[in-house]
Design a binder for this molecule. Sequence first.
Ligand SMILES: [Zn+2]
Length: 245
Amino acid sequence: MPPWPDGCAGAVTLTFDDAITCHLTRAAPILNEFGLRGTFYVNPTPAWMERAADWRAVHAAGHEIGNHTPGHPCSNNFGWMHQRRGLEDLTLAEIEEEIRRGREALEAALPQQKDHSFCYPCYQDFVGRGPTRQSYVPVVAKYHAAARGRGETFNRPAHVDLHYVWSFPCERMSGAELIGLCEQAAEGGGWAVLTFHGVGEAHLMVGESDFRALCAHLARHAERLWTAPLLEVAQRVRSWRNDLG
Ligand SMILES: [Zn+2]
């Protein structure tokens, strides 16, 4: 028996990165309209903290607000990272400080939220380069019960690393493609995690009508497809594994 509730065949998590304005104005309202709950990974900078009331309202509607770090450190191989110290130059202690600051800022801004998951900026989970390169997944695991990266397929509940859950980057996908990812996971008894950035506008965009088509499908088939925030699904997978011994 898969771990999903109420006889559901598969699980789906919709995630939204970078605290883009369209998440407040489009994505969250559309999810609410269809009775779906997702995970919004935000960068809790001072500018973000000024809008914390808007994000508290998103959390109050049932969504998870997760840690995407204040500084969003990525590889120096990105052009926009050239003026900054990238992951190649950071130490594990420095990335730990970044993760801890993000976690504490979210706890301060959203005291009602009991816990939240982590999301790797640019999906990257390393510091250093070549002989000194190492994973920072174990550092994330010190602070968070679950974390989202990027992967090749849906997640198998018996095997997924809950501190690097695989997700599908969904920019430019059609509604049919988005629905297909969820249905494939359900056929395999698995968990599809979808990553969105812009919805209807902004970078790495998915069309609003395509996003709506996905949400309508998930709402219509809620008895087969369990849609829930990332931390909630990860916790269910963990307790299912514990029960299996
Ligand atoms: Zn990001």
